[in-house]
Write a protein that binds this ligand. Sequence first.
Ligand code: MHO
Length: 203
Amino acid sequence: LQPSAETQTATFGMGCFWGPDATFGAMEGVVRTRVGYAGGTEPNPSYYSLGDHTEVVQLEYDPETRSYEDLLEVFWSNHSWQTPSRKRQYRGVVLAHDDEQYETAQRTKDDLAERTETAVETAIEVLESITLAEDYHQKYELRSTPVAGDELVALYGDEFVDSTVVARLNGFVAGHGTEEQRRRVLAALDVPATVVAELRRRF
Ligand code: MHO
């Protein structure tokens, strides 16, 4: 799970992590997504023993194609920053990986508050550590797509979570991406034609 030298990593809490896993997964320039628990202090969180942690999506992206600002734009438009979450599990939070991310996130938060004249409840914090969520939460939308999900889990095996193609398909089955992008990814997909046909029925 170590990001390669050319990619950068970003981590966001934006409600149930299934949604943003798919939203970001469809985004060109995002090369990997994974979901996990972060933003708290208790050791070894899990879905049913979350402690003070929050559900987060973590992205590896290519900074030549996507800026951190691009990701933040998606972040701000895809969680409810006006309302403090009742549960810490679902709070909105930027978990910055370095000072530059921290300052950029803070600046976009201030801009949003000024532009909308609304208080922004979302927190900006520094990422300490992340615990990967259980397999069944990774690429949830695709995994729970009848037939094709099970077949892709079997075909990709250990590569399922980290695969760029799987991240894209997870986004597509959730309704994200353009037709051009879908065609391109499907054309390059090296899986049985029956699986492609199953996917095609979904998007
Ligand atoms: N329990 C909610 C959210 C799941 S998310 C991984 C649901 O079933 O939709 O917290």
